[in-house]
Ligand binder design. Structure first.
Ligand code: ZN
Length: 279
């Protein structure tokens, strides 16, 4: 039962929607097609009053290798209803780049973070760069014991992914280590730091997430919505949104620097080999 080309939309139990990223051949890299389909699927689950909890999962073997640097899946920005309040996507230079990433990375992630229902990310295998953004936008993260987390973007000449909540998720000192080294961190380490709620065996991931979703779905919908808002607004009052916006501006300073130095938005020295061949 799917109206999507990059996702599956499932209802595994009463009250629970499961959105499954389904580009395993691309390690669930997020192209524009997937971004807009994710947005549509989240809206569908939000508007369906029978759904109380939304699970974001991924077909094996990996949760997500990040943003797809190899193309947009045929989608041209502006052809679809935009999720942000932005425009000017075809403008030259930093003007167009800033607009594009506001739309496809920053403001859609903020939208999903603010969905009016609890969300749970079920993470297995590798979760890299833009994959982190998706997991972090969810309220809870359950990881399989073989999951690893990594933001290698500094290696590519940019100061971390566009949704910059690393210090909030890891604490400032560990966030610096995570970004400076670009190491893969285990699910157990992420759990120890409070970034992951639970670690379960890979074979148990789907069942454990569903069990947790059903426990939450048994609670009153409005109270769930309000308590989520209360926690998110606490982070907002502490400055999280302004913090994300200032880091996004620095991210674009890095893109502008790379364009000037290398003629492309990232430092080619740090690009994965598969992408380098195509640029
Ligand atoms: Zn960027």
């Amino acid at each position: 039962m799917s109206d999507y080309t990059t996702l599956l939309y499932e209802q595994p139990a009463p009250g629970v929607a499961r959105i499954v990223m389904n580009r395993p051949q691309a390690r669930n890299a997020q192209n524009l097609e997937m971004g807009y389909e994710l947005n549509a699927a989240f809206d569908r689950a939000s508007l369906d009053d029978s759904i109380k909890v939304i699970v974001l999962a991924a077909s094996d073997p990996h949760f997500s290798s990040g943003h797809d640097l190899r193309g947009d899946g045929g989608v041209v920005l502006g052809d679809r209803p935009i999720v942000s309040s932005w425009g000017g996507f075809q403008q030259p230079g930093a003007h167009g780049r800033f607009a594009r990433e506001q739309e496809i990375y920053l403001q859609n992630t903020r939208r999903w973070r603010n969905l009016a229902k609890p969300t749970i990310a079920a993470v297995q295998g590798r979760c890299i760069a833009g994959g982190l953004m998706l997991a972090w936008a969810c309220d809870l993260i359950v990881a399989s014991d073989d999951a690893t987390f990594c933001d290698p973007v500094v290696t590519m000449g940019v100061c971390g992914v566009e949704w910059f909540v690393h210090p909030w998720e890891l604490g400032a000192r560990k966030a610096k280590e995570f970004l400076f080294t670009a190491d893969d961190w285990s699910a157990q380490e992420a759990h120890r730091l409070g970034m992951v709620n639970r670690v379960v065996a890979r074979a148990e991931l789907e069942a454990e997430v569903l069990k947790l979703a059903l426990r939450i779905a048994a609670k009153p919908a409005f109270a769930l919505q309000m308590v989520k808002k209360a926690v998110n607004q606490t982070l907002d009052i502490m400055g999280q949104q302004s913090s994300v916006d200032q880091a996004f501006a620095l991210h674009h300073l890095c893109h502008a620097h790379n364009v000037q130095e290398f003629g492309q938005v990232i430092d080619p020295g740090g690009m994965p080999a598969a992408v380098k061949r195509r640029v």
